[in-house]
Structure formats: structure tokens, C-alpha cells
Write a protein that binds this ligand. Sequence first.
Ligand SMILES: *Cc1c(COP(=O)(O)O)cnc(C)c1O
Length: 394
Amino acid sequence: MNYNVNEKGYYGDFGGAYIPEMLYPNVEELRQNYIKVMQEPDFQKEFKELLKEYVGRPTPLYYAKRFSEKYGTKVYLKREDLCHTGAHKVNNTIGQILMAKRLGKNRIIAETGAGQHGVATATVCALMGLECIVYMGAIDIKRQAPNVARMKMLGATVVSAESGSKTLKDATNEAIRDWINNPTDTHYIIGSVVGPHPYPDMVARFQSVISEEVKKQLLEKEGRENPDYVVACVGGGSNAAGIFYHYLDKPEVGIIAVEAAGKGIHSGESAATSALGKEGIIHGSKTLLMQTDDGQITEPYSISAGLDYPGVGPMHAHLFRSGRGEFISVTDADAMQAGLDLCKLEGIIPAIESSHALAIFEDRKFRKDDVVVVNLSGRGDKDLNTYIEYFKLA
Ligand SMILES: *Cc1c(COP(=O)(O)O)cnc(C)c1O
């Protein structure tokens, strides 16, 4: 079976480009050019150089000795938390800003929920001296004040979306409206492997540097390129796509995707899309989506802002339906405990998103000589207030 995107932008039954007529020229321009541009030697050179000099890649593949001892298997952590700005998201925004420049765009728009993607976008716009407009729901602006401040310090304009529930979905609508009105000079940077084709494939390719590095690093450390398992948390699915990418067609490598069960899969407060989702269309692609019987998108919930999304990218919907991926969901409580455990065992404070991936080891048993690589997608600094409140640390 093929786990990569086909000519028409589909992963099995999922993907495509379900967009309003008015957006067609913008998306089509990108679709016709993205692979050609990415393959230009000049593009590759600039992308790799920035990943090295600015982002700090390659990120270490760290053997977590005490964590491994606790769970009786060999666990490596891919340290995306050490990327500039504190998470993997910058790999994609660097790629897309270079793409925008090659396509002659000098104005960048983005939408953001928790603000992490907005910060990663504002960062690369500052780096390149491009105008940056970030759409954000009015409620999210209140909830995520430090990230709003970061974006402003980086020179971005943050525009409040005042319609609907005043959250991510409404910010996305505003960004799409902007793009329709500014088709020639503007590039829309999407932050995960979601959106109409070619976005999921383009973002997966930019993030695939993660598994490209793992292959080399594991060869050095274990004498083989392939681990027995790769594990990652899935919000939209970009960090997961990055660490799965070069292993998709290696059946000997198990792929484990971890979703947020929130307060429990059946509590009505969760973001466990594979368990609860049905086929539907969100952000221009057909995928699995949490929705009511009459097709209204269900409000998702997770303690971690980055996993609080009602869908998954089409690649992951396909990995789920085809059985290639094993999908596990983890509650807030288990994720928080796993995050605190990593602090004490390894001296690493993980993002709460990443803590979901770490939490599977309590129940999902591995063999003693299995090599399990967990993508540590981000650092926990941004989550300090949540950790403080949850564990009553102050
Ligand atoms: C945004 C974010 C995620 C979730 O996004 P994906 O596209 O699913 O990777 C996970 N971890 C961290 C640290 C994030 O900031």
C-alpha cells in the first residue's frame, strides 16, 4: 500500500482540496510549483543552512537511560524541544517562508489557536523582513497573552477574529477571506499537515527532516537505521508526519500515533479523533473529524492547546483506516503525570503535547530489546502555568 499522497492529493480515501472557487488560483499556483521549488538546489541549500544555523539542527537523538530502565525497553527521544522557538513547528515555517519568497510573495498570513504557530510564523517573517498578519480568535487572544506578546515583539500584526466561537475555526475563516482578497502578493502559512492539497504533503516534506536525521543517528548508535517503533503525539499531525515520514513504507517499523483523550474518550471533553471521528471536511480536506450526527463540528478539548483540534491530517486518517498506524489516546491526567516523570527521570521538562506520547509506556508494553523513538515535539516552558496549577506547585 502507498502511504504518501497521490497525484490528486489523496492519502487513500482522505485529502483532496475542497475549497471555495475564489481560492482556486492561489492553491493551484502552490500545487503546480511546490515540488519543483523544493527540489531546486538553491532552495535546498538555503533551507538546510537555516535549519542548521538558525534552528540548531540536527537535534540530538538522546538515549533516555533512566526512562528506559523504568519501562524495560530502549527509549530514544528526538529532541525537537531544542529547536529555536522550542518546538518542531519552525521546521515548517522556515520551509514555507522560503517557498513564499520563491513564489514572489511579500506578505504572510497565518491563523493560530494557542499561538505557537503564530509565534513560529512571526519568527521567520522577522528573519526575512516580510510583513506578517496573524489571525487569532478573540477568546484565544485573552487565553494566550504571552504568545500574543511574543508575536507583537517579533513585529507581527495580530488580528482578532470576533465571529462565531471566537477561536481557531473563526481565525481560519478570516485568514481564508484575507487570502481570497489578496491572491497575488500573499502566502498563507498553514501550521500542520492539514488544509487543502498540497499543504499536507508540503508540510510533511518540510518536517521529514526529523526522520531523515533519526535514520542517520540511529545507524550511529544502534547500527541500524530503523527503530522498532516511532511514537508521536498528533494534533493536526505535523510532528508525527515528520518522524513517521521515512518509515511509512518500512513495515518492520511500527508507527504509533497518540491522541488526546482529554477527560476520557467518552466524557464529551476530548480530542481523540481516530476513536470518535467520522469522515468529513475541515479546512479544505476530507479527513476524520469529530462531529455531531448532522455534521456539525464538535468542540474539542485537551489540557494541551496543541492537541485541542477536532480533526487529524489526511495522512493520519489513512494510517488509521488502513491499519498501518496504531492509535492510542491518553488522558490529561496520564499525560501530566508522564510529563512530571520525565522531569524527574531525565531532567527534561516536556511540552504537555509531547507528554501524551511519553504516557503510553504505562500500558503499552514493549520488548526489552525494542528500540522505541519518541518525538519530543516541544519544551514545557510555555506550559509552566498549566503544570503549576495542575500539581499545585506554587
Ligand atoms: C503544535 C504542537 C503540537 C501539535 O501539532 P502537530 O501538527 O500535531 O505536530 C505538538 N507538540 C507541540 C510542542 C506543539 O507546539
